[in-house]
Design a protein around this ligand. Structure first.
Ligand code: FAD
Ligand code: AMP
Length: 475
């Protein structure tokens, strides 16, 4: 194989591309990874949206702001009070940058250790699996791969008449770099990103308003669970307005004027910063030459089959570029599965058991089907739920908000879904993922010994409640 030929070339070094490239190299494939992202210092910053401007920096800010909020509001019951509490936003942002840098730098080391040919630059796919490489600091050249994996991820959606400048009108990139607590913070879209970033600035003192077009809060989970979460967010001071469709935003004199319609009437609001969080779209711009042979769907995603094969031979696509949840762990699993398929192994990804998490407080985590979906599909089901307020651990922590809800098949008892609103939901949703992946039943969860006292006992009790035999509540 010549210098410019590879077994596999990954274009895009986010959680999909980098995890896939590492797995391919582990399997002995000659692997190239091309990623264009650079840090503030001009150094390569692989890790994609997730590490640079997504999952990780948002969680860093969520954690900082959560500590601040807890000290301010939740610790007096524990006998803890603090005089003169303050937060230094520069230090908070610097900590976030350090976390990101540590992770992106760590990846570069991993690429070296795995002998991956890593190029910091852009890749573009042409016919016959040829990739034009434009390094950030060099001249263009062409490489060829036996296989190509497209992993270019996604970019924020925009809406008409709302122009992101990342000064006053922000997307996720700008929202992670706000240097002062805005007095009034507006958010368009009460989805995952809107709720997380809205929580950060609300906790730090911004009067925060979320304008959401649809009438139902978080339609992706059951109404009882969504109501529970919405009630808690309201208590925290988040002003979430449903049925409000934003039609325009105008920045002038350091303020943003937002126009929206609700029930057919025009309304306006003025904010100090506005976040546009209305979803994301696949980053296919400048990725495919006209002769690449790769087809897109009507929604602009790259068309793939269940194994991430595109319409072109030996070209694969993964992560946010393709159907399925736009989540980092889904992208990584697809990258790994594709690498294994290329190496001739049997690989499998089960999109039905991908867990979702919103890292608000309480956290919201779920997987599988909701009651609405089960009704639509005519599947008979039973449910069991259990509140954290009835767990010893939740009360001892002083953080007993929320509940676990489990859905199981009415006849076979097979687990069909789970939703958790509550503390650390992101961590112990994992046990339900495992149970569902093994086609487990609610009876299985009910018979597993859970450590006491833990929050995960709420999962145990919810499973018992499916059969109306929870111990610590009236069934
Ligand atoms: P990406 O991470 O987008 O990576 C693709 C990379 O390819 C990018 O670095 C891009 O610059 C590069 N690239 C694009 N085109 C080219 C090209 N032609 N040549 C070279 N390089 C190219 N998901 C979660 O699971 N958990 C979370 O908590 C979470 N929080 C989020 C918070 C925010 C604010 C945002 C915006 C997203 C969040 N997500 C979260 C979603 C998650 O970031 C994405 O699902 C995930 O990053 C997708 O991975 P990917 O590998 O498909 O693409
Ligand atoms: P998510 O898909 O989780 O990122 O959430 C994006 C949210 O933005 C969805 O709930 C959409 O309904 C909402 N949205 C999209 N366009 C608008 C708009 N013009 N005004 C208000 N909300 C919107």
């Amino acid at each position: 194989m010549s210098e410019n030929e590879f077994d596999v070339i990954f274009i895009g070094g986010g959680p999909g591309g980098y995890a896939g490239a590492i797995r391919a190299a582990q399997l002995g494939l000659k692997t190239m990874l091309i990623d264009d992202r650079q840090g503030d210092d001009g150094k390569p910053a692989p890790g994609g949206t997730c590490l640079n401007v997504g999952c990780i920096p948002s969680k860093a800010l969520l954690d900082s702001s959560k500590h601040f909020h807890h000290i301010q509001h939740d610790y007096t019951d524990h006998g803890i009070s603090v005089d003169g509490l303050s937060i230094d936003i520069d230090t908070m942002l610097e900590r976030k940058r350090k976390v990101v840098k540590q992770l992106t730098g760590g990846l570069v080391q991993l690429f070296k250790a795995n002998k991956i040919e890593f190029v910091n630059g852009r890749g573009k796919l042409f016919a016959d699996r040829q990739v034009e490489v434009t390094p950030n600091d060099g001249d263009k050249y062409t490489v060829t791969g036996q296989h190509i994996v497209l992993a270019a991820g996604s970019v924020a959606f925009s809406i008409p008449n709302v122009e992101v400048d990342n000064e006053l009108i922000l997307d996720n990139v700008g929202a992670l770099e706000i240097a002062q607590v805005p007095k009034r913070f507006g958010v368009i879209g009460a989805g995952v990103i809107g709720l997380e970033m809205g929580s950060v600035w609300s906790r730090l003192g911004s009067e925060t308003v979320l304008l959401e077009a649809v009438d139902d809060f978080l339609p992706v989970i059951d109404r009882d669970m969504a109501k529970l979460a919405q009630r808690e967010f309201k208590k925290q001071g988040l002003d979430i307005r449903m049925g409000c469709r934003v039609s325009a935003a105008e920045a002038s004199d350091g303020k943003v004027k937002v126009s929206y319609t609700k029930d057919g009437e025009e309304h306006q609001e003025v904010f100090d910063k506005l976040l546009v969080a209305v979803g994301r779209k696949p980053a296919t711009d400048q990725l495919l030459a006209d002769d690449s042979g790769v087809s897109l769907t009507e929604r602009g995603q790259i068309e793939v089959d269940g194994s991430c094969r595109t319409s072109a031979d030996q070209i694969w696509a993964i992560g946010d570029l393709v159907r399925g949840p736009m989540l980092a762990h889904k992208a990584s699993e697809e990258g790994i599965a594709v690498a294994e398929s290329i190496a001739g192994q049997a690989a499998h990804i089960n999109l039905d058991t991908v867990p979702w998490v919103i890292y608000t407080d309480p956290e919201i985590a779920w997987l599988g089907k909701t009651e609405t979906q089960l009704k639509e599909q005519g599947i008979e089901y039973k449910t069991g739920s259990f509140p954290f307020a009835a767990t010893g651990r939740g009360l001892a922590m002083g953080n007993a908000v929320g509940q676990v809800k489990i859905l199981a098949d009415a006849e076979s008892d097979e687990l069909l879904g789970c939703q958790i609103v509550g503390p650390s939901a992101s961590e112990f949703i994992g046990e339900v993922v495992v149970a569902m992946e093994f086609n487990g039943s609610s009876e299985d969860l009910a018979r597993i010994v859970h450590a006491h006292p833990t929050l995960s006992e709420a999962v145990h009790e919810a499973a018992l409640a499916v059969d109306k035999r929870a111990i610590h509540k009236v069934n």
